[in-house]
Ligand binder design. Structure first.
Ligand code: NAI
Length: 343
């Protein structure tokens, strides 16, 4: 028997509970030793505890340092800040790790195996914004301040480089815009080059690429890249671009990793347009749970889950509507659990 691992579970909003149920069924079939502490956040948090990020959820993650989270909606109105951004800040989740791998062959792009490492706490995302009023226009001028620090840059670059070495990656590209934002993204580039020279030289090939060229190159020939590491806003955009290369948001997991905790989730949101219809694709959050198993040093269970997912999608051809199929979430889950149990 594996020792139990306490972990926080936040089913989330919209399709969250449906895809989280599918994930729990798969993890149960695997015998994954998580001991869940169920919490609410997002709209559910507002409804049940008057806060999209209730104290109890924060306390739970502080205790377990590990969470699986469904998508959270930030209520419009009421002046609420995004629960996702608050979680990142609360637990200093500085690294956002988003792998994108082709799971279903024969699409527009085949054999994609990319990792985007996004800085999660700094840059233009910190939200220091304001307007300047001129004459009778209160929004005559809009201003935003981006902040990147040497320490924050070094921390995420170190994470990306160490991850590349640990997972046998051959190349890392630092993505920047230092030709124009010489200070804001120059510090990131400079810190990366210095860290590579000092500590990682020879362990993988380091490249540097300007964000706009990177976007074009990813569309023309994504296979030329391996791991991409970049600042917050560029990482936000690139990771969705890369999700598009492997069949869309339903297929891409994300991990938010920091000094104080690790939170695993799907990249997509709560999909209110299909919530409650039983047709959501649970693959992204299932892949997030595989990353969680790897994080907890249970690579064998993660591999069994990944293999069963591959078989469910490609041998059983169980596919939800977003993948062009007709399988319901429940039937997909049944097929996956059967594969895990027979595997
Ligand atoms: P979304 O990702 O929820 O949906 C975009 C489109 O993709 C929709 O047509 C949806 O049906 C489809 N889709 C997404 N996931 C799917 C899945 N697993 N299976 C099948 N189809 C899927 O993005 P949207 O509509 O912009 O956001 C909805 C809400 O989610 C917003 O309140 C937003 O703030 C929140 N959100 C939360 C995130 C998180 O908690 N990490 C991330 C992104 C958005």
């Amino acid at each position: 028997m594996l020792p139990t691992i306490p972990a926080t579970l936040i089913p989330g909003d919209g399709i969250g509970p449906e895809i989280v149920d599918a994930t729990l069924a798969a993890l149960d079939a695997l015998g994954a030793p998580f001991q869940w502490d169920r919490q609410v956040a997002g709209l559910e948090g507002v409804k049940l505890a008057g806060d999209p990020l209730p104290r109890a959820a924060i306390d739970s993650i502080r205790r377990t340092r590990l969470a699986l989270k469904g998508p959270l909606e930030t209520p419009s109105g009421g002046g609420y800040r995004s629960s996702n951004v608050r979680l990142r800040e609360e637990f200093k989740l500085y690294a956002n790790l988003r792998p994108a791998r082709t799971l279903i062959p024969g699409g527009r792009y085949d054999n994609i195996d990319l990792v985007v490492v996004r800085e999660n706490l700094e840059g233009l995302y910190i939200g220091h914004e304001h307007y300047i009023e001129i004459d009778d226009d209160p929004h005559a001028v809009a201003m935003a301040t981006g902040i990147n620090t040497r320490q924050g840059s070094r921390r995420i670059l170190e994470f990306a480089f160490a991850h590349a070495v640990a997972t046998g990656r051959k190349k890392v590209a630092i993505v920047h815009k230092a030709n124009i934002m010489k200070a804001l993204t120059g510090i990131f580039l400079e810190t990366g080059l210095e860290l590579y020279e000092r500590k990682y030289k020879g362990q993988f090939v380091l490249e540097t690429v300007i964000i706009d060229a990177c976007a074009m190159k990813l569309v023309l020939n994504p296979w030329q890249f391996d791991t991409l590491v970049t600042t917050n806003l560029f990482g936000d955009i690139l990771s969705d671009l890369v999700a598009g290369l492997v069949g869309g948001l339903g297929m891409t997991p994300g991990a938010n990793i920091g000094a104080d905790a690790a939170i695993f989730e799907a990249v997509h949101g709560s999909a209110p347009d299909i919530a409650g219809k039983g047709i959501a694709n649970p693959t992204a959050i299932l892949l997030a749970s595989a990353m969680m198993l790897e994080h907890c040093k249970l690579p064998d269970l993660a591999l069994r889950l990944r293999t069963a997912l591959d078989e469910t999608l490609n041998i059983d051809k169980a596919r939800t509507g977003d993948l062009g199929g007709h399988t319901s979430t429940a039937d997909f889950t049944r097929a996956l659990v059967k594969r895990i149990s027979n595997g």
